[in-house]
Design a protein around this ligand. Structure first.
Ligand code: BG6
Length: 499
């Protein structure tokens, strides 16, 4: 991390959120800010400026901010009083003139701001508007850092394009207006404590790293399971699918941290260099392997927590004949010294049996068991299970002698739970990411070459999917996906560890 990371407080700044009346702002950004305010992490010169088309006054926006976080500490109420709001269209120069005037006003300590010329622009809008907003900011000179170390940064949310070409086009537009170090791309999985802990686990301990390689690990699997369906995002999801929505970003980021080489320091460049190197070594199935190494599926009606739920094709905004995948599983490999020959299985799906994200390192079986075969029947290989969410923690699975006269060995587990160890649930991902963007620590944000590499890797699969290949399997909502997903591991003699 950069040296600034240790600061408990942000510098003075104006946080300008585009899409301020939207869902992301209400559900994630405002609660994260309220929590930071409650911890005393926001400078006195912090002001939020909301921008959206909704016709609100400053006071109406302030009421919205209070309503979004009903259980906030009193510090939030005090802070909200200074928030400002600009309503307007992003294709209208007048909107940006007004933003510029509000920001200039806030820079002055006497006008209730004291934001000192520092600006963080957060694009919580639909991605189609990213380019327009960036250009609007540039036309009004709001993209340039000011004198005396003042900063102007741009935060954007995934999806970063929908394939390699559109990702590059988006970057070109952004780079016309902002330099790469000014751009903070959010993948909220990087804000999760448990994802960051992958590095602590690997590099702050001496017992794991020596076995973290092909000599000891038999295979790796990553599950990003959701029990939710597509909710109110049916029409967005129709054009995304699980490969774009989860695999290209969240799964690749988790894999990168799990499998990358140690970085000499926690410096943002070193960490991100190692992640890119790892992403470059991942081999996705070739087109001729897709049939046996990739599973593409969609949920049909089923039951979750005892409640009947609709099938994907019956969801609002979804084509009744849709072939969009809501589940993907595949076998990858990593072509480098550390991981050569170790299969990496990934799977993600909506409407699965449980919400659960886990990384499972399954170790090789002992080369020889001196116990009678019947005494070790059912003994599973050692595994280290990183429970990213929920029930955040780590499980070490191993064999232990069952009390008694003979050497019967059974699989048991040693558990670490964040909540029990630290007496608190891990903070929300957005809290950490917002703070880092305000402080100027880019370590947890996604660099342009990471985005491009992930698209490059998945591009052949995207093409195959768009040609209807492999065939679309179906699975009942509330299960762990189609049978084909279980069969994916069979040739290697493995099975999924279901959470
Ligand atoms: C988002 C996806 O990036 O991540 C959603 O667009 C998904 O479809 C969400 O539901 C999952 O996030 P989390 O933090 O609940 O695992």
């Amino acid at each position: 991390m950069t040296a600034q990371r240790s600061q408990a407080k942000t510098p003075p700044l104006a946080l300008v959120i585009f899409g301020a009346s939207g869902d992301l702002t209400a559900r994630k950004l405002l609660p994260a800010l309220a929590s930071l305010a409650g911890n005393g992490s926001l400078a006195d010169g912090f002001v939020l400026v909301g921008i959206a088309r909704t016709k609100w006054s400053d006071d109406e926006f302030r009421d919205h901010c209070l309503e979004a976080v009903p259980d906030a500490k009193p510090a939030w109420g005090e802070l909200v009083r200074r928030f400002r709001y600009v309503s307007g269209n992003y294709d209208d120069g007048a909107t940006f003139s007004q933003i510029s005037a509000v920001l200039a006003d806030l820079d002055e300590p006497n006008a209730g701001g004291g934001t000192a010329g520092n600006r963080l622009f957060y694009l919580a809008t639909v991605p189609a508007l990213f380019g327009e907003v960036a250009r609007g900011l540039a036309r009004h000179d709001l993209n340039r850092p000011g004198p005396g170390g003042r900063f102007a940064r741009l935060v954007i949310e995934k999806p970063f394009g929908r394939d390699l070409e559109t990702a590059k086009a988006l970057d070109e537009t952004l780079h016309e207006c902002f330099d790469e170090p000014q751009i903070y791309r959010i993948d909220h999985y990087m804000g999760k404590e448990t994802v960051q802990n992958v590095l602590a686990l690997r590099f702050a301990n001496s017992i794991f790293e020596p076995v973290w390689n092909r000599r000891y690990v038999g295979h790796v699997h990553v599950t990003v399971g959701e029990s939710l369906g597509v909710e109110h995002r049916g029409s967005f999801y129709e054009s995304a699918g699980a490969l774009r929505d989860i695999v290209q970003n969240h799964v690749m980021q988790v894999l990168a941290l799990t499998l990358m080489e140690p970085s000499a320091t926690m410096d943002p460049t070193s960490i991100r260099d190692e992640k890119v190197k790892l992403l470059r070594s991942i081999m996705a199935p070739r087109p001729d392997e897709v049939g046996r190494a990739v599973v593409r599926a969609q949920y049909t009606a089923g039951t979750i927590d005892g409640e009947p739920v609709l099938g994907y094709r019956e969801e609002d905004g979804v084509d009744p004949h849709s072939t969009t995948e809501t589940f993907v599983a595949m076998r990858l490999s990593v072509d480098n010294w550390r991981w050569a020959g170790v299969p990496v299985f990934i799977r993600t799906g909506k409407r699965l049996a449980k919400r659960s994200t886990e990384v499972v390192m399954v170790f090789q079986r002992p080369p020889h068991l001196p116990f009678a075969g019947k005494l070790t029947r059912g003994l599973q290989p050692n595994a280290l299970i990183l429970r990213i969410q929920p029930d955040e923690g780590i499980t070490l699975r191993f064999g232990a002698k069952v009390p008694g006269q003979d050497y019967r060995v059974r699989t048991v587990a040693m558990e670490f739970s964040y909540k029990d160890a630290f007496g608190t649930d891990p903070p929300e991902a957005y809290e950490r990411l917002l703070l880092d963007a305000m402080i100027g620590d880019p370590t947890l944000f996604i660099r342009t070459d990471e985005v491009e590499q992930a698209w490059r890797l998945l591009e052949p699969l995207q093409e195959a999917f768009s040609e209807g290949y492999p065939h679309l399997s179906l699975y009942n909502a509330g299960t762990w996906g189609p049978l084909e997903a279980a069969r994916l591991l069979e040739p290697d003699g493995y099975e999924w560890v279901n959470p």
